[in-house]
Write a new protein. Structure first.
Length: 116
């Protein structure tokens, strides 16, 4: 089970930190990711981090503004979002996979709204 939290309403330029807690699995063996879905759009990749925490990938649109991190002792994965833009408005989902992102385990979403 993946439980995400930390969403909210902020203004452009503000920061938010999303957190996702995992339970019922060997967390440290999973690659973890964040995806988002804006109104009327398909869900898209935001960032991921491999099971060791060494490799991280980001969508071009968030590079330099978002940072993904994980704490395997606490079974959590976070997404620090800085300098938020209105186009970052979306429901953010955390996900877990041992292989590819084709069919991951999804958590429930948390809504991030950025006003201009």
């Amino acid at each position: 089970q993946l439980q995400a939290c930390g969403g909210g309403l902020v203004q452009a330029g503000d920061s938010l930190r999303l957190s996702c807690a995992a339970s019922g699995r060997t967390f440290s063996s999973y690659n973890m990711g964040w995806f988002r879905q804006a109104p009327g759009k398909e869900r898209e990749f935001v960032a991921d981090i491999n099971w060791t925490g060494v490799r991280r990938n980001y969508a071009e649109s968030v590079k330099g503004r978002f940072t993904i991190s994980r704490d395997n002792a606490k079974n959590t994965v976070d997404l620090q979002m800085n300098n938020l833009r209105p186009e970052d408005t979306a429901v953010y989902y955390c996900a877990a996979t041992r292989t590819t992102w084709r069919n991951p385990d999804w958590g429930q979403g948390t809504l991030v709204t950025v006003s201009s």
